[in-house]
Design a protein around this ligand. Structure first.
Ligand code: ADP
Ligand code: MG
Length: 357
């Protein structure tokens, strides 16, 4: 049984219907972000750790795409690889990241500079680490705008106030230092900074994970409202599948560096086609649903320097059968979603395997 996703409380006066799933992709428009065959590794001694393994991913203009998976499955490495922010020992070893028609992987820092912040911005997991502790917000916003071509002090001041207003923080806090703000305000300040140039895509790495449940829900609502108001696309990473259930248009479930299920959020929630997606759904409690024991997923994810042969989830999978230990599954189309599970392969479906014996 899938747990009910957490239903966020709407803010006073908000139309709940506004938070519905948008209709993407729109016909006739190509994706804003088109990731193909992306591989990223950590070179750490004898064996490379392949943290991102041949990932394909599309994000359309204005779309909200969630990436979910347990800690250590490669979510942050994937986001950093997309944003060209990996540094040694990590590097991209294959694939392309087309953004608005250009391959970011092939671009150098000078070529990437006008894209960063202006067209694509990143909100990190911990604002405390990402913000400079010894500069107030006003100086940090000014640094970003100056570095990306804005020289007018008046325009910088005006825009800084605007983005603070957008995220619901009094502009007086532009004089605050990060440690003077609450965790929720710091994350909001990070989002304000990411919106300074109204980018087309905002990449967010677990921006709410350090917050308590109430602050988390309020920040999610704010992100969704900003996205709908300003029209940017969001690529949002979380380990908590229920968190994105009401906000994302599509979901990619990641396991051991690979996409294991990709599809419309509703489809993945209502009928998870991969046993790992089912396990993730069972692993998070429902706030509103009946109190049930959390089933979770027994065992631990594999060492990405030495993943098991066959299906990577097989050692933990309650539905594993004979071929799973040796045959590495592709992504198979099943009822409009893609699933990396032999149960859905024409050739290795259980009825076919049994039929051969
Ligand atoms: P997630 O964001 O899903 O928690 P990460 O992308 O941070 O996962 O990490 C994916 C995998 O990459 C980890 O399981 C770990 O094996 C490996 N990894 C991360 N950072 C390093 C590092 N600095 N050196 C070597 N391996 C690393
Ligand atoms: Mg991470």
């Amino acid at each position: 049984m899938a747990a009910d996703p957490v239903v966020p409380e709407p803010p006073p006066g908000a139309e709940v219907a506004d938070l519905g799933v948008a209709q993407f992709p729109q016909p006739g428009t190509g994706p804003l972000l088109r990731v193909r065959g992306l591989c990223a590794e950590y070179d750490s001694g004898e064996r490379p750790v392949i943290a991102v393994d041949r990932v394909d991913l599309d994000v359309f203009a204005g779309e909200f795409v969630g990436i979910v998976g347990e800690s250590g499955c490669g979510k942050s490495t994937l986001l950093f690889a997309i944003a060209q922010l990996l540094s040694p020992p990590a590097s991209i070893t294959a694939g392309s990241v087309e953004f608005a028609g250009r391959d970011l992987v092939a671009m150098n820092d000078r070529e990437l500079a006008p894209v960063r912040w202006r067209e694509l911005s990143v909100v990190m997991q911990s604002a405390m680490n990402a913000l400079n502790p010894v500069r107030d917000l006003r100086h940090q916003f000014t640094d970003v705008m100056r570095a990306h071509g804005e020289s007018s002090a008046a325009r910088i001041d005006q825009r800084s106030r605007e983005v603070m207003h957008l995220v619901g923080i009094d502009a007086a806090h532009l004089r605050s230092y990060p440690h003077q703000l609450s965790g929720g305000m710091r994350q909001r300040a990070m989002i304000a900074m990411a919106l300074l140039f109204t980018p087309d895509l905002v990449i967010m790495d677990e921006p709410t994970s350090a917050l308590d449940v109430v602050a988390q829900r309020s920040l999610m609502l704010q992100i969704k409202e900003l996205q709908q108001e300003l029209g940017f696309a969001v690529l949002f990473v979380t380990h908590d599948m229920s968190l994105v259930s009401h906000f994302s248009d599509r979901l990619m479930v990641m396991y051991a560096g690979q996409a294991v299920e990709v599809g419309q959020t509703r489809a993945v929630f209502d009928h998870p086609s991969h046993p790992y997606s089912q396990g993730l759904l069972d692993a998070f409690p429902s706030i509103h649903g009946a109190r049930t024991a959390l089933e979770g997923i027994p065992g631990a994810p594999p060492d990405l320097g030495n993943p098991p042969p066959g299906c990577r989830f097989q050692p933990r999978c309650p539905l594993a059968y004979e071929p799973c230990a040796t045959v590495a599954p592709d992504l198979y189309e099943v009822d409009g979603v893609q699933s990396r599970c032999l149960l859905h392969s024409e050739r290795y479906r259980p009825d076919r395997v049994e039929g051969r014996q």
